[in-house]
Design a protein around this ligand. Structure first.
Ligand code: BG6
Length: 459
């Protein structure tokens, strides 16, 4: 059966973070973030130069425009704009984003802005232990509110926290500016709750002061399957999904946490700094869209869950290989149908437009300096995922606003640096050799250009 045409206003584009693209870690008044002080080792790079987009954004935007992208999700780096996190605003940093946004608009590229992507200003990590403290919440709301004020005339689409549910996993201690403590479950829940309060307060400001602005919540949604049809596995997958995904979607859409999470906190006497007035703060939330990253699916085996484990931590021990799926070199499964299932499930539960804003495959690639990189595997990954999304839209009736790939110009990966590339455009640097940072289109560049020229018709 021929599928209908995609909506004329569908977004196609690319998504990145500041620290994975900009470089210029000490330029024009930028303060340090926790990423800036991560030392290089034999196997890892420092993040000082990234792909130098701070100086090369015009060239990168030209490539995006040439491909036909009509959206680019960037991040405004908190420490570039407020060097110590809570003091004076750095006008030179703000000017950089203003110029970048203007340059996008001039090329017909709609900006989406994210406000936090794991790179806490170092000063707040040291003084306040990052999002462990409510003072950091206040500082973040102040920064975000100022960004709405400066840019809402040109930026309509906003998110606050990248992959907000990671703040409910053990990764929280790496990504929230957490500097010291015992890494307890209570601390994890406290940081998570603080970040939700920050989101809720910014959500209220956005929707009361800037009526045209669209703000959504964003998750890392790696859907989890039961390892078998054994009821214990099915139950574990359901419970995990309730904690890691529904709990946040409930908050974004209904303004309250999942009752199962609230019950768990009460029964287990978790001290998560939930104050009486917080319910009212959370209740103000309203999501214009539900955004998420999607790379893979996971599988949970209930037999491997230690007794008494908190449901949001199940995957620490119980993640199992899915023998039905192929993986990339980092054992991330390739699962386009999982993408469709997720879109259909979440939309059916919330009826809020869905927005996949990160999708892609990391591959080992080295350019020989002459020949085009023939990244067939990347082409088939995106082709299959876009087709799955179209099936969700046209067969299951899901409203989808757009499709943004992750890091479609090579950027350092969060776990494997320049060894793991996602781009349609190669960036000529390695972990320890900056080379010339030349941008070189891969085969997938031309393929995706045609996809966008036909608005997703020709895959
Ligand atoms: C997302 C993050 O989890 O996945 C990105 O938002 C990250 O920062 C991306 O780069 C891909 O993961 P990785 O580890 O392969 O870079």
């Amino acid at each position: 059966m021929t599928q209908p045409n995609m909506p004329a206003d569908f977004f196609w584009g690319n998504s990145v973070s500041s620290m994975q693209t900009e470089g210029a870690w000490q330029e024009d008044g930028k303060g340090l973030s926790v990423y800036d002080v991560r030392p290089a080792t034999d196997h890892t790079m420092d993040w000082h130069d990234a792909i130098d987009e701070y100086h090369r954004y015009a060239e990168d935007l030209d490539l995006m425009a040439d491909m036909g992208m009509n959206m680019y999700r960037i991040q405004i780096s908190w420490s570039r704009v407020v060097p110590d996190g809570d003091g004076a605003f750095n006008e030179a940093g703000i000017q950089y984003y203003s110029d970048l946004i203007d340059a996008m608009i001039a090329r017909g590229i709609e900006p989406m802005v994210n406000l936090y992507h794991f790179d806490m200003p170092l000063a707040l990590a040291k003084s306040d232990n990052g999002f462990m403290s409510r003072h950091t919440v206040d500082a973040f709301v102040r920064f975000g509110a100022e960004m709405f004020k400066r840019f809402s005339d040109r930026v309509k689409y906003w998110i606050t926290f990248n992959e907000h549910n990671l703040y409910f996993t053990d990764e929280v201690f790496e990504i929230s500016g957490y500097d010291h403590g015992e890494r307890t479950l209570s601390e994890m829940y406290r940081i998570f709750h603080h970040t939700m309060l920050a989101h809720a307060r910014l959500d209220a400001i956005a929707h009361t002061k800037y009526p045209g602005l669209q703000l959504g919540g964003m998750l890392a949604h790696a859907a989890t399957y039961p390892a078998t049809s054994k009821p214990e596995d099915v139950y574990a997958a359901r419970k995990l999904n309730e904690f890691l995904n529904n709990n946040l979607y409930d908050a974004f859409v209904f303004g309250r946490y999942s009752h199962e999470v609230m019950h768990y906190v009460k029964v287990h006497e978790i001290d998560w700094d939930y104050q009486p007035e917080d319910a009212s703060v959370l209740s103000k939330m309203h999501a214009d869209f539900l955004a998420f990253s999607y790379y893979r699916t996971d599988t949970v085996n209930a037999d491997k869950i230690p007794a008494g484990e908190a449901p949001n931590r199940y995957l620490n021990t119980a993640n199992e290989t899915n023998r039905f799926l192929e993986t990339n070199d980092w054992q991330w499964t390739i699962d386009p149908l999982g993408f469709r299932t997720l879109l259909a499930d979440v939309y059916s539960r919330y009826r809020v437009p869905m927005f996949p804003i990160e999708n892609g495959i990391g591959l080992h690639e080295t350019w020989d300096g002459v020949h085009e990189i023939a990244d067939e595997r990347r082409i088939s990954y995106h082709r299959d995922h876009i087709q799955a999304m179209k099936d969700a839209m046209f067969e299951d009736g899901v409203a989808v606003l757009g499709y943004l790939g992750w890091g479609l110009i090579d950027i350092p990966s969060s776990h494997a640096d320049m060894e793991k590339r996602y781009g349609f455009v190669y960036v000529n640097r390695s972990n320890h050799d900056l080379k010339d940072m030349r941008r070189v289109p891969k085969k997938s560049y031309h393929w995706f250009k045609e996809v966008m020229a036909t608005n997703g018709d020709k895959l």
